[in-house]
Structures are given as C-alpha cells and as structure tokens.
Design a protein around this ligand. Structure first.
Ligand code: FEO
Length: 413
C-alpha cells in the first residue's frame, strides 16, 4: 500500500441501503443516473467480482441541450430509465465513450424512448456500435479528438484515449465544471451506496484490482493517455464503474505508480501440487525468500481468486510458476495461470519455473512457449523427480539465492 492512501476503517455499508439507485446530483446540472449491480459475481464470464459493480451513467443538463454519457448494462435498463424519468428531461445526445455492452448495451432501448436523440461518439466506437448493437448509420454524430460540443452553458470536450481498454475508448471533459468522465479508465468494480469515494483504502484496492485485470496489458499506452489529460484542471473524476473521485490525486497517483517501470521487492508464486512434491518446493522457496527480506505471495491455484493473483502481478519483480507434471506436461491450472501472466503483460524482471515429475515430460518447454509476451529474464528452472531429496533441495536453494541476488543487483532489496 502506498503512503498517499490513508486507510480508514469505516462502518460496513448499512444493509438497509440495498435499494435501487436513484439519480443523484454531482454538481448542478450533472447527475449520476446509472445502476448498482450488488449481486453480479462474474464479468465477461471470466473476472470474479467479489464486491459487485456499478454501471455509471451521467446526465448533463445544459441551458440548451441535454446529454447522457454512457448507459448501463442491459440487465439494469429499468433502473436507468426510472432515474431519467425522475429527472423528467429530454435527451438530445447519447454520448458513447466505449462500445462494450456494459456501457453501450442499453443505447438502442434509450433511443426508442428518446427517438430524437443522436448517438455521439468517435469513428472507431461508431464502427463497433454498428457491429455489436446494429445501430443505424443515420443515428450517429462522430467527433474528432479534441472536438467540443456546446450544450449552452456547458461544454463537453472529447479526448481520445485508445486502449483503456478497447481501441475505441475516449474520455469527456466538462469544461465549465472541471469534471472528467472516463468510462473504464480509473474505474473499479465496487458496488457501494455512496456516490463519492468515502473509504479510500477500499477504493484503492478495488481500483488496483480493476487496473490489474483490465488495464495492465495496456500499461505503456496508458502512460500516453495520462499525458493527454495532464494539463486539464480536473476537480472530479467520474468513471463508469465504482465511486466518483472528488480527490482525483488519489487515483492519479495510484495509476502513476502502477504504470511506472518500477517494480517492488516481491515474488509471486502461482502453484498447484497434486501429491505434495511441488508444494514442498514452494514452501522451501517461500521460506528462504521471506527470511532474506523478500515479500512472497504464493497462490494455490486450486483455491485462489485470479483477480488477487492479477493484483499481485502489478508490483511483482519475479514470478515463479510451480507445477507437477500431468501426463507429459504442466498441470492445466498452471497453464491457465501462465497464460494469464502472459496476456496481462506485467512489468516483471524475472521468471522461473519449478516443479516435479514422475517419469518425464516437457513442462518447462511448454510453459516457456506460453510466455511469448513476457520480456523478463528467465532464470534456470528446477524440476525434481518425485519428492525433493537432498540434492534437489540444494538446487531449489540455489534458485532462491539467485533470485535474492537478482533483487539485490536491481536495487530492490
Ligand atoms: Fe466497463 Fe470495457 O467495459
């Protein structure tokens, strides 16, 4: 945890607040009209959501025109419509910052309710919306990077921020009120009754997990996107998942840390063990590394939340994958974890593999073949025949010592 985050233990959310979200004002003329999904536990049929999520949608009421920024997942359409009806407004523009359906999926239904509304977006997002939602060409207005739209006394500026996390993503800056609407960028999967961040520690953890799962593969592109918004006078950051930031520096400082090239003195060990041999190797390594001042994070893959594993990869310098041999190769759980490491592209410096076998196999060769995106130095693996014996422990100890030495050479320890 970084020093800039003040962890404050707050009272748990009152269960009596498990009510439908109502429209809520962020500033005069700016309303949050989205939905809280308290019960969703899986996103994209892949990502665990231990804390649910929100689909934030924002209504901007100018003196001449009204715009809706993003919609909600179609499962929550009723709540969005109820919130809009409560405000009793017409909608001139539906601004789509990103075509993924948790934000765009309700656009066709909103267009049916507000038939005069135009969908305003960038050309890439328009192409995706036409493909995914079959929205007809004549309904679109497209904007260039940096273009503005006047709603009368409120002006929206659209800034392309590609690959946070699809190629179509953009953010919207409300110039008179200094509010930046960011869709997935700076978001968190966190269902809370509070509109604004109240528990900074909780939000920080959820945002880091979200970054790890969604944004980390695009770390270098995020560096460029952060540069694009650097000179804006931002008072409020309003993402389309999770709480709204009244103190933008909380999430900006966190992102600067996560996207930097710096790693921490941490070793992550995703492991699986069928009969105890691989676990013995892992425990030996954890013991030596920890005694030498390295933070070690082992994840038993039969019981671990992959979101926690992804989060640990944000800061790790080293990953050691630990697996027994099944048939002729690594355990499928280890293959899955290795694949995740590869696609998430963490800023690792070192990787190694440990494990055990009974009569042979191609574990190292197969796992190395999965790690095509990872630019880290591969430290010689240690694969043991059966349960580790004295000579094997010497090799395991030597691997641990080599990792300790690498961390020292790199100023991590
Ligand atoms: Fe929250 Fe990429 O959608």
């Amino acid at each position: 945890m970084n020093g800039f985050v003040q962890c404050v233990e707050l009272e748990k959310t009152n269960l009596n607040l498990l009510i439908d979200m109502m429209s809520r004002m962020i500033k005069p003329g700016i309303y949050s009209v989205g939905a809280i999904d308290w019960d969703r536990r899986l996103f994209d049929e892949l990502i665990p959501l231990p804390d649910g999520t929100t689909y934030n949608s924002y209504l901007i009421q100018g003196s001449d025109k009204t715009a809706l920024i993003d919609t909600v997942d179609p499962t929550k359409l009723e709540e969005l419509v109820g919130n809009l009806q409560e405000l009793d407004v017409s909608i001139d523009y539906i601004i789509s910052q990103h075509a993924e359906q948790d934000h765009s999926g309700s656009i066709p239904m909103i267009m049916d309710i507000y038939p005069d509304a135009k969908v305003l977006t960038n050309p890439k997002c328009k192409e995706l919306l036409k493909d995914l939602l079959l929205i007809p060409e004549e309904k679109f207005i497209t904007v260039e990077d940096g273009e503005t739209l006047s709603l009368g006394d409120k002006t929206l500026k659209f800034i392309y921020t590609p690959w946070v996390h699809w190629p179509d993503t953009m953010v919207t800056f409300l110039e008179e009120d200094n509010v930046l609407f960011t869709c997935d960028f700076f978001g968190s999967h966190l269902a809370e009754s509070d509109l604004f961040v109240t528990d900074e520690c909780l939000t920080y953890r959820a945002a880091k997990r979200y970054y790890a799962e969604i944004m980390m593969p695009f770390r270098l592109l995020i560096q460029k996107n952060m540069e694009k918004i650097r000179d804006l006078q931002i008072e409020i950051v309003a993402p389309s998942h999770g709480p709204v930031y009244k103190k933008p520096e909380l999430i900006f400082e966190a992102y600067k840390d996560w996207i930097s090239d710096e790693t921490k003195n941490e070793v992550v060990i995703p492991y699986v063990s069928m009969h105890g041999s691989t676990k013995e190797i892992v425990y030996r390594m954890v013991d030596i590394l920890a005694k030498n001042g390295i933070t070690v994070k082992p994840f038993n893959l039969t019981a671990s939340d992959i979101g926690e594993l992804a989060t640990a990869l944000v800061d790790a310098s080293t990953v050691v994958i630990a697996t027994p041999t099944v048939l002729t190769g690594p355990h499928p759980s280890a293959v899955y974890a290795t694949y995740l490491v590869n696609v998430l592209r963490p800023k690792l410096k070192f990787v190694s593999i440990v494990g055990s076998y009974g009569w042979g196999g191609r574990t190292v060769e197969l796992l190395k073949g999965v790690l095509t995106n990872v630019r880290a130095e591969i430290i010689d693996p240690v694969i043991v025949k059966g349960f580790p014996k004295e000579d094997d422990f010497k090799k395991i100890d030597a691997l641990a010592e080599e990792i300790i030495g690498k961390h020292k050479e790199n100023g991590l320890l």
